[in-house]
Design a protein around this ligand. Structure first.
Ligand code: LLP
Length: 397
């Protein structure tokens, strides 16, 4: 009892301390590191789950966006399911407390051990990406004398108008089964005894802010379902994938993504048939805004035409700017001097190791701390050890 009192007291004092001295303790943490704001993550999750429950939609968090064990535990505790793309992600999801019956497993190249592992753990469903993969799942499920629930991932040929590397729903992409080939796969399934068709799955891309692409997806699914209904084919689950984008330019103005508009597009445009359940797989929208990469300034280098802020984080810690020319809002969190313009770059031996050109920062000096914002998604998880660098640490509070 007394113990509980002191724990509660400690909890409130630490929150108070965090708000009174928000970054004073950063000096004790080795840079670069990922800072995650637990309060914002929980707020994002409660908004998401409330809006989804109101509409009876099922959310699976896309583990690929961030698999930090502490972050996964918080998300699992919110009661959502998990979307995994590898055996490793299934392991991480189970370890964090996501129930197996809420796990979906996608990916164009599932290895046999991964399929077996998923079967042994009795996950909810495989999102199957090809006729060839379906044949292997049938064979492995038969060997294990079990039945695999599968959703066919269909490629709707819709342009998500996002970066070409994160567009997935066009015929030229490697993902999913083209709609034109669906009949062939359904015929193939007639001969199978160890796979059961429970749904259709779609995913058109990532960082999508224009709801029109999702509306087009609804139209495409409606047309497909009309056609299948004429042949008495109906599945229990429709999974529309992930993709809702976030505001990278104004993380403080828009800390919580527009879940409401996203869900309403599906509520208003998708014709669910009797008893059908809508699923989605959001990654970025759940974790992006709660994370920042905190890095220390090593040098402020004056050159002929520019000044460079050289920080101790590099493309090895956050690869998005180098890989997708992604923009992240950058701020100096230890200076309030008059603003100047800098290129913010890392120490890696590649010219693409640049976090931002002509960035306006408060006048910056060696030793200052820089926050690279909106880095909670596809940041820490995509870190590498190029140049024999250690992986970044993390602080969740
Ligand atoms: N479902 C499937 C089948 C996916 O392929 C993805 C993401 C998601 C769900 C989650 O999408 P989200 O809600 O996070 O947009 N590394 C890139 C993003 C790659 C997304 C890959 N697939 C980036 O940093 O922008």
């Amino acid at each position: 009892m007394q113990n509980k009192f002191y724990m509660t007291l400690y909890f409130y004092i630490s929150i108070l301390y965090k708000y009174m001295f928000p970054i004073s303790h950063f000096n004790q943490v080795k840079t670069p590191f990922y800072y995650y704001d637990k309060t914002l993550l929980n707020h994002t999750l409660s908004t998401l789950t409330r809006l989804a429950e109101d509409r009876n939609f099922v959310v699976h968090y896309a583990i690929k966006a961030n698999a930090n064990p502490g972050i996964l535990k918080i998300i699992a505790a919110a009661g959502v399911g998990a979307d995994c793309v590898s055996g490793g992600e299934i392991k991480a999801a189970l370890a964090a407390g996501f129930p197996a019956k809420k796990i979906v497993f996608a990916g164009v190249g599932k290895a046999d051990w991964e399929i077996e592992y998923a079967l042994e753990n009795k996950i909810f469903c495989f999102n199957v990406e090809s006729a060839e993969e379906l044949a292997v799942i049938e064979e492995l499920a038969r060997k294990k004398e079990t039945i695999a629930s599968v959703a066919l991932r269909l490629n709707p040929n819709i342009d998500a108008h996002t970066h070409e590397y994160i567009t997935t729903g066009l015929n030229e992409n490697k993902f999913g089964i083209p709609l034109e080939m669906l009949d062939g796969v359904l015929a193939q399934m007639q001969n199978y005894t160890h796979v059961q068709l429970v749904g259709f799955h779609f995913h058109i891309g990532s960082q999508i802010l224009n709801m029109e692409s999702f509306r087009l997806l609804c139209e495409r699914i409606n047309r497909l379902q009309d056609d299948l209904a004429r042949r008495n084919i109906q599945v229990k689950h429709i999974n529309v994938g992930g993709g809702l984008g976030v505001d990278y330019d104004n993380p403080d103005k828009n800390p919580i993504p527009d879940f409401e508009s996203y869900f309403n597009v599906f509520r208003d445009n998708l014709d669910l048939r009797g008893g059908q359940q809508l699923h989605c797989e959001l990654g970025r929208a759940v974790v992006c805004q709660c994370g920042s990469l905190i890095t220390r300034v090593l040098y402020v280098k004056k050159s002929l035409k520019k000044q460079f802020v050289i920080v101790d984080a590099g493309m090895t810690d956050l690869i998005r700017p180098a890989l997708y020319q992604a923009h992240h809002y950058i701020e100096n969190i230890t200076s309030d001097m008059a603003e100047q313009q800098y290129d913010v770059v890392g120490p890696i031996c590649e010219s693409s190791d640049c976090f931002g050109k002509n960035v306006t920062l408060n006048a910056t000096e060696r030793g200052d701390l820089i926050a690279i914002r909106s880095a909670g998604a596809y940041g820490e998880i995509m870190a590498s050890q190029y140049n024999c660098r250690p992986l970044p640490g993390s602080l969740i509070e």
